[in-house]
Design a protein around this ligand. Structure first.
Ligand SMILES: [Zn+2]
Length: 448
């Protein structure tokens, strides 16, 4: 009963708290639509859930709780309202999802604060000589029974806490027992009044844009189209985490990487670059000459590589390939799907065989390798898959109808595979084919 009840509770609670959300940025705000979709079916995008304690590259703040970033700085819930912080929704019941300090400082909880603490940060990590305050709230049930840690009773003043210190649990206290908010953490970064006190947090003019503190696009004036989160299937979302990614650096040393279409082009460049970083490289191509050359070049440079000549458009070819790599290397940590055919023929002249071959290599080949390697990675509980796609951006390429169609399919396949596999520790990315493709792939892998 309670489980089924939950999404409804959130919607009702939000509706009660804010009227319905007021769309200052128009009813077509893509980000708001995604948030409401998530409220109605949280299982639809498990990849959007942020992890407590995680950090984006060299951004100063760690993420303070588990959940989805539902509302950001300067969102508006009703005419005239401007949201002063960010709201992170756990998707659980009240009183179960922990909140930790995002940054060290001196914690105060005033004598009448049922659901709130504030932490004074004497030295703003982004501006020397400036004192700021970090405000955390809604840590109580609708009646005001507190979920704040017993370590910080009401009246607590200036207690030093480290980043990661447990502060309390997400709740839904609004001050009005009959109109609780949705279950979330509201966190904001508040100005000092110049006399050592914090300003009124409710006024956005007294707060700072949290974007640079978390390394995420948390300003509604700039981000209207995507829920901010770390890790994703695309390069655009990767930019969300401007300075990299919160996940621990993947040391590429001794990682087993399988690259399809590694005989030439970017596939071969990637194989060499990964081998230089200490990866053990399994190179695949349908043409033996090029791929054996690529392996020999890596070995000549002191790296480890082996060539596998198989057609990844065929299930039996993929089975031999994956079995061979597993026998020779013991596992596959990273799969890069670079194999591709690109006939340059107008659609009206295109031969049916060319069309099929393009789809077989560029789309079915990705499906077969993702399925086969994905099963192995799910068992391992970790892995990264990168599919080189095209056509996600604007524009067309002359006479590339079959190529672009197949690559757009591979982009969607990547997204779906990521949703299925990310709960098992396996991430699937689509990287747009471009002059920068090698750099883009390496930056994803190095940020893993
Ligand atoms: Zn809020």
């Amino acid at each position: 009963m309670r489980k089924y009840f939950f999404p409804l509770v959130i919607l009702v609670a939000l509706a009660a708290a804010g009227g319905y959300l007021y769309y200052t940025r128009g009813r077509d705000s893509a980000r708001m639509a995604q948030v409401y979709n998530w409220f109605q079916d949280q299982s639809s995008r498990p990849d959007l859930m942020m992890t407590s304690g995680a950090k984006c590259g060299d951004a100063p703040f760690i993420f303070p709780t588990n959940g989805l970033i539902g509302f950001i700085w300067d969102d508006s819930f009703r005419p005239g309202h401007r949201h002063s912080g960010l709201d992170i929704f756990a998707g659980t019941e009240i009183g179960v999802t922990p909140i930790v300090a995002a940054y060290p400082g001196y914690l105060t909880r005033q004598a009448d604060w049922k659901s709130t603490v504030i932490i004074r940060v004497p030295e703003d990590p982004l501006q020397t000589g400036r004192q700021i305050w970090v405000y955390y709230t809604h840590m109580a049930d609708p009646q005001g029974n507190s979920f704040v840690s017993p370590a910080f009773p009401m009246g607590t003043s200036e207690v030093y806490v480290e980043a990661g210190t447990f502060l309390g649990y997400q709740g839904n206290y609004s001050g009005d027992p009959n109109a609780p908010v949705g279950i979330h953490l509201h966190i904001s970064i508040v100005e000092d009044d110049g006399f050592g006190n914090f300003k009124n947090e409710l006024d956005i003019n007294n707060t700072y844009d949290p974007t640079p503190y978390f390394g995420l696009p948390l300003n509604a004036n700039i981000n209207s189209d995507a829920i901010p989160y770390w890790g994703s299937y695309g390069v655009n979302q990767l930019a969300d985490c401007a300075a990299g990614n919160q996940r621990k650096n993947m040391d590429l040393k001794n990682k087993v990487v399988l690259i399809t279409g590694a005989g030439k082009g970017a596939g071969r460049t990637l194989a060499l670059a990964l081998a230089q970083r200490g990866a053990r490289v399994a190179v695949n191509d349908i043409s033996p000459i090029n791929v054996e050359e690529a392996a020999a070049e890596i070995i000549a440079n002191g790296g480890e590589a082996k060539a596998y000549v198989e057609d990844i458009a065929k299930k039996v070819g993929v089975q031999y390939l994956v079995k061979g790599v597993e026998d020779d290397f013991g596992a596959i940590d990273i799969l890069i799907n670079h194999a591709s055919v690109e006939p340059h023929t107008p659609l009206l002249k295109m031969d049916e065989w060319d069309w099929h071959r393009t789809l077989d290599v560029n789309l079915t080949g990705v499906f077969l390798t993702v399925q086969s390697v994905g099963r192995m990675m799910r068992e391992q509980g970790h892995g990264a898959i990168i599919n080189i796609v095209a056509g996600a951006g604007e524009g067309s390429i002359k006479d590339a109808g079959a190529y672009l169609s197949s690559k757009a399919g591979a982009a969607m396949l990547s997204r779906q595979a990521d949703v299925e596999l990310s709960p098992h520790g396996v991430r699937v990315y689509a990287v747009e084919n471009s002059a920068d493709v090698v750099k883009d792939v390496l930056s994803i892998l190095e940020a893993q």
